[in-house]
Design a protein. Sequence first.
Length: 264
Amino acid sequence: MGTQALERVGIGGEGERRGERPAPVVWRVVREAVLLATLFLVYTAGRQIAAKHTGSAFDHAREVLAVQNWLNLPGEASIQQAALKLPHLVEGANLYYASVHAPLTAAVLLWLSIWRPRAYTHVRWTIVSLTALALIGHIVFPLAPPRMMPGFVDTGLQFGQSVYGPERAGGVANQFAAMPSLHVGWAALIALSMILITRSRWRWLWLLHPVITFAVVVVTANHYWMDGIVALLLLAVSLPLLLRPGLHDDLRARNSVSPRRVLK
């Protein structure tokens, strides 16, 4: 019934403009899931290629710390030591780092693909662009995260919440792909997208997600300040894909459907 309601109100997006029958929402969601999964596999393969070129990762880490010191950015080690005095805070940061990043991004993309299909395509290609640019960074600038450097604590290992494990090499994740931080980049993109696309008076609360994420990656010593800053710069480069004409079509057209109507 939900799919039929969606089709009646014209949630099909581009196909509707050409006079074609809109694709059922379930098929569209499956199609997008397959597309994004394929792109993610390509990205993962690229990270594994990058993982084979980590000889300079620790030299790059020292360079990043030197640049941050030159810029007078707050020392991550000092911030982490202050946070470690509040173990529950650090445990919460570990949990946020491990559990919020990918699931929340996927949930927002799913929501947009169903309820804001025209705007969704803008967000999809923006996140693809941001991730592709980040992959280039991972390959050309392998970087050891702070938790591998002297003076820092691997809070994930200390509290038994590590998503990487004790080994520096091997496994699915490339632990030397710290620059730039996709945790920060994706969080900022999701927040910006939801603020631009939705009209709830509470939508500005989405800004808390990138702010908390930035704080979390520093406290857990998974990223440097510069990792997040570079991610935000790459997002700025990708913003024309998000802001191109048509982003707000869903808000003016009848395919912006309330969930209550669809699920009757």
